[in-house]
Design a protein around this ligand. Structure first.
Ligand SMILES: C[S@@+](CC[C@H](N)C(=O)[O-])C[C@H]1O[C@@H](n2cnc3c(N)ncnc32)[C@H](O)[C@@H]1O
Length: 153
């Protein structure tokens, strides 16, 4: 099953299953780093981050999540992390929380995030491909935030 189909299928139950956990992660992250300015949330899911950011834009590959967020009036579009429809350095921050473990071509996604963002705030599940992300984000500051490793660059 593709990632899009998987997240479309679980989108209704996602809130009950993961929102509290993801909210805690976001609050931990925002205690570590001051995310300001124009912010892109890659793999935004239910757009939890939008509650904390003024100038927010979300992208997700799951049409169900995108619909859900649009209904809430949020600034979100359907797009793949590996091909972001934005200009170079368009965002002050690119944030991506617990997404890269789902992406098979991590290199392409990280390259795109670097291209469109001035700064990066990326977390990946510890059981995901942390070593690969570390390699791609060489020199990033690293934090253990529980189930994820957070990279700031
Ligand atoms: C574990 S959820 C995390 C959602 C959100 N970041 C949060 O913290 O609540 C992973 C999200 O990444 C999205 N995703 C996975 N692969 C993607 C890709 N290639 N491009 C964009 N979004 C993707 C999924 O659809 C899903 O919404």
């Amino acid at each position: 099953m593709s990632v899009e189909k998987y997240y479309n299928a679980i989108s209704k139950g996602y809130g009950n299953l993961y929102e509290e956990e993801q909210k805690q992660k976001i609050e931990t992250i925002l205690n570590i780093v001051d995310i300001k300015g124009k912010v892109l949330d890659v793999g935004c899911g239910t757009c939890l981050l939008a509650n904390y950011i003024e100038d927010y834009k979300g992208v997700d590959v799951s049409s169900k999540f995108v619909e859900h967020c649009k209904k809430k009036g949020l600034n979100v579009i359907k797009a793949d992390a590996k091909n972001l429809p934005f200009k170079d350095k368009e965002f002050d921050w690119v944030v991506s929380i617990t997404v890269l473990q789902d992406i098979d071509e991590i290199e392409k996604a990280v390259k795109e995030m670097k291209r469109v963002g001035k700064k990066l705030c990326i977390s990946v599940l510890k059981k995901g491909n942390v070593r690969k992300v570390r390699e791609l984000l060489r020199g990033a500051k690293e934090y253990d935030i529980g189930k994820d490793i957070l990279f700031i660059k």
